[in-house]
Design a protein around this ligand. Sequence first.
Ligand code: SAH
Length: 259
Amino acid sequence: APAVFTEAEFYQQNFDPQEYLKEYYSVNSSQEGKNAFTMQNLRSLHKMFSLDGLRGKTLIDVGCGPTIYQLLSACEHFQEIIALDYTDQNRRELEKWLKNEAGAFDWEPVVKYVCELEGDREKWAEKQEKLRKKVKQVLKCDVTKANPTGPVSLPPADCIVSTLCLEAACKDLATFRSALRNISTLLKPGGHLVMLTVLGETYYIFNKKVFSCLCLQKHEVEEAVVAAGFEVMSSEAQPYTVPDDRTDVSAVLSLVARR
Ligand code: SAH
């Protein structure tokens, strides 16, 4: 892991969205193993968003990065989506896809896979359009701030989804716990939190840059969620490792909680 924890400003300076997408989200048949992580996460999201009560008017994606995979199952259950991230370049990259601009990342294989999970691979183009229409705003946020979207304040949402963000943004467990409290203010009482969190990871590398990660265990995440005022509805860790030194991840936790 890097000697100093790589916090938000390091992301602003060093996180290249196109390289990130290429490394983690491009579907390359010659390197099938590389997509296993994403496909496992898509199955987890599909399962979590199929739970009773996971529907409503508004959904907020916290730490969206340049990606949309985390919204594909979600967008079937919510009318309006707001995506938040710290870095300018990630919000811009996301907007490129939303506006169908030239050079936007090709999510087609990922969208098709989710459509297959939902029972109809043929509706992928329709689903892309649905998602593009539902994302109403892409805004800056900092999960370490008491009002993460300050000075803007958003009406409380019915659901929050957050994938692979808090463990990247928080340098220690105390910061992680307060970040959960901070983002809980974006949610209505009774609203849901859907998270994908890597466990046992201290770093990840892409584009020759090393990013640190808060090394978490399952019970630490669950306790932090409870301490932030949530009731855990489901929590499942699935083992995941890579055969090289691109990361030292050991598992991914899928967690659903209710405020
Ligand atoms: N959700 C995406 C991106 C994860 S990468 C995915 O599942 O692939 C981690 C993201 O956290 C980056 O987009 C980074 O810009 C964002 N981030 C880092 N520190 C943050 C902070 N303090 N507040 C909000 N977002 C932050």
